[in-house]
Design a protein around this ligand. Structure first.
Ligand code: FES
Length: 168
C-alpha cells in the first residue's frame, strides 16, 4: 500500500514537472520576440536615436550613391547599445539622400549598380529585388515598399544621420 501510494505521488509529480516544463517552453517561445523588440527597438524603422557623425563631409558627396558604414549608440530607457549601421548616401540637387541598405522584402543587403542587367539600380541578390535610385521599389520584384530613409543633418559641413523612417 505504501509502495503504491509513493508510486502515485511520484507519477503526479512527473506530470506536474512535465506540464510546467512544456508550458514554460511555450511561453518562452512566445515572449522572446516581444522581449527582444522591447529591449532593442532600434531594429525597427522609426526607433528614436540621436544624430551621429558618419565621418564624411558634404563635399565628398556626389550624385552617385556611396556606401558608408558607421556606429550608432541607441538608448531605450536604461538600455544603451552600440550598433553597426550602413547607408547609401548621395546628393540629389541640394538635397542629401541617405537610404538604408536593408531590403524591404526579407532583410538582405542591397547594393548599388551591382548587377550588369540592372544598371543604376539598387539590387538585392537574395530574390532579385530591385529599387530605383531614390529607393522606390520596382514593380514586379519581391519588395513591396521603398527602402527606408535616414534623417540627415549637416553640421559645419559634416554629415550626421539620425532616425530611420519607413516609407510606403
Ligand atoms: S530579401 Fe531582397 S528581394 Fe528578398
Amino acid at each position: 500500500m505504501s509502495n503504491e501510494k509513493r508510486h502515485r505521488v511520484s507519477r503526479r509529480q512527473f506530470l506536474t514537472y512535465t506540464l510546467t516544463g512544456v508550458g514554460g517552453f511555450m511561453a518562452a517561445g512566445m515572449l522572446s520576440p516581444m522581449v527582444r523588440m522591447a529591449l532593442d527597438p532600434a531594429l525597427e524603422a522609426g526607433a528614436d536615436s540621436e544624430f551621429v557623425s558618419i565621418g564624411i563631409s558634404e563635399d565628398e558627396l556626389t550624385d552617385e550613391p556611396q556606401r558608408v558604414d558607421f556606429q550608432m549608440e541607441l538608448e531605450d530607457g536604461w538600455y544603451t547599445s552600440e550598433q553597426a549601421r550602413s547607408a547609401w548616401i548621395y546628393k540629389e540637387g541640394d538635397e542629401i539622400i541617405a537610404l538604408s541598405p536593408t531590403c524591404t522584402h526579407l532583410g538582405c543587403t542591397v547594393n548599388w549598380d551591382s548587377n550588369e542587367n540592372f544598371p543604376e539600380q539598387f539590387y538585392c541578390p537574395c530574390h532579385d529585388g530591385r529599387f530605383e535610385r531614390d529607393g522606390t521599389n520596382i514593380e514586379g520584384t519581391p519588395p513591396t515598399r521603398p527602402l527606408d530613409i535616414y534623417d540627415v543633418e549637416v553640421r559645419d559641413g559634416a554629415i550626421y544621420l539620425g532616425q530611420i523612417n519607413q516609407r510606403s
